[in-house]
Design a protein around this ligand. Structure first.
Ligand SMILES: NC(=O)c1ccc[n+]([C@@H]2O[C@H](COP(=O)([O-])OP(=O)(O)OC[C@H]3O[C@@H](n4cnc5c(N)ncnc54)[C@H](O)[C@@H]3O)[C@@H](O)[C@H]2O)c1
Length: 422
């Protein structure tokens, strides 16, 4: 007989078998987290602690929570975005993994808010947040409870910005590790994850041939570099636009064409923005683009493409031509194709990051939780970077799971590097 389900509010516990299959599918692709989970279950670094998580309710997240539970934590989960909740995964978390789960796909704002409270009512000693909703609620409405929390992690850059502002004003009640800045994470998530899944989104939405196509990538940061490299790998000739001279130089040294967007706009057939900035594609660029140009955004917010300008130019002449593709007839026989409403194309038109990417991100999360518990006594209530030893540990674990070994410094080499004498 199945064990009695603990506290929860999910859509349908009957979906658990489907969710379990999804969680196991992801687990097969998350060997780093599995290694952490095995060690956690032997060492129990989180024994007796309550963990409150506010994360996307996905199969990958479920595997993070399994690792925290294996470490001895009593875990509760609510959604960080109601639209990304997988009801089957939520059901399995309750039924198969004893995680108190409060999340229903497309739940109302009132339910969403109630579910945040349901997690906080369990008095978490650690918070694991994605976008700062849990931490914000604690600080705004439960300040006494916030002072009892040992520590927390924040998954997003946007959330870390909010927390740094709170910390600068002296209002942060406990230490929080900003996992979005981890070096392993920037490599796996921003560069390789976004690189692959962005092109996946463009291809699923349009099914265009990239070989021989001209692709313009705006921004040569971690994300843009990933997109540019992957597009080149598929045979596209890639143009990079930048505002930072060093990044532009790097793109040129990497062999990409570098030019202002005004020039790129005339040439490219596919445009991908990855800048974190606004109005990167705007009226003067639309004016010179070719008929059939494809416009996609991989940056966090839907402001990188000036959609208002596109709407104005089309003056009502717009229609959906494929799922996630809207055609804007901007006059003069020219049509521009906007993907995923200008929102993150890798989430709108594809599945987001592969589980292998989340493996690395969530291994960092799990180890950051352990680190917070170990160092709780000496950590000031501030936003902390991921310690370099966690980044190194995750990189080593990943190499090991890939069957790769690297050299070790000899004692003489270590002395040589540590000495200021030649
Ligand atoms: N799609 C995803 O899944 C995903 C994943 C991680 C990050 N992001 C988002 O992608 C964006 C970029 O992230 P990143 O890590 O590459 O940031 P980054 O800061 O490393 O790089 C951004 C680059 O854009 C350049 N830039 C700014 N304004 C520009 C303009 N007008 N024209 C051309 N270049 C311009 C900057 O000089 C910089 O080099 C952010 O919004 C981030 O939140 C998306």
């Amino acid at each position: 007989m199945a064990p009695a389900a603990g506290p929860h509010d999910v859509a349908d516990l009957g979906l658990a078998p489907v969710g379990r299959a999804q969680i196991e599918w992801a687990a097969q692709r998350m060997p780093v987290l599995a290694t952490v989970r095995e060690r956690f279950s032997a060492e129990r670094p989180l024994a007796g602690l309550s963990v409150g998580a506010c994360l996307h309710v996905t199969a990958e997240t479920a595997n993070l929570l399994r690792a925290l539970s294996a470490g001895g934590a009593d875990v509760a989960l609510c959604a960080s975005n109601p639209l990304s909740t997988h009801d089957d995964v939520a059901a399995s978390l309750v039924t198969d993994f004893s995680v108190a789960t409060f999340a229903r796909r497309a739940e109302s704002p009132a339910d969403y808010s109630g579910h945040v409270d349901a997690v906080l009512d369990r008095a978490p000693a650690l918070t694991v947040d994605d976008g700062c909703d849990l931490v914000a609620r604690l600080h705004l409405e439960r300040p006494a409870q916030a002072r009892e929390v040992i520590g927390g992690t924040e998954d997003t850059t946007t959330g870390a910005v909010r927390l740094r502002a709170l910390s600068a004003g002296g209002g942060l009640a406990y230490p929080i590790v900003a996992v979005s800045g981890a070096a392993t994470r920037l490599l796996a998530d921003n560069r390789y994850g976004t690189g692959q899944s962005t092109l996946d989104g463009v291809l699923r939405a349009t099914n265009v041939l990239l070989a021989g196509a001209r692709v313009a990538v705006a921004g040569y940061g971690n994300c843009g570099r990933g997109v540019a490299e992957r597009a080149r790998g598929m045979g596209a000739s890639v143009i990079v636009t930048e505002v930072d001279p060093l990044r532009a130089l790097e793109a040129a040294f990497d062999g990409f064409a570098v030019m202002p967007m005004q020039s790129a706009a005339e040439l490219a057939e596919v445009f991908v923005t990855a800048t974190g900035n606004r109005d990167v594609l705007r009226s003067e660029h639309f004016a010179v683009m070719r008929d059939g140009a494809i416009l996609a955004n991989a940056g966090h917010f839907n402001v990188e493409i000036d959609i208002d300008a596109l709407v104005e130019l089309a003056a009502g002449r717009r229609r959906a031509v494929r799922p996630m593709v809207e055609e804007f007839d901007v006059g003069g026989g020219k049509r521009l194709l906007l993907l995923a409403e200008g929102r993150l194309v890798n989430l709108g038109a594809a599945d987001g990051h592969p589980a292998q990417v989340m493996d690395i991100s969530f291994a960092v999360q799990a180890l950051a939780c352990e680190w917070l518990v170990q160092h709780a006594a000496e950590l000031p209530p501030a936003v902390h970077d991921v310690p370099v030893e966690i980044d190194e540990a995750v990189a080593r674990l990943k190499l090991t799971t890939m069957g790769l070994a690297i050299d070790e410094l000899t004692p003489a080499q270590r002395d040589y590097l540590d000495s200021w004498l030649a």
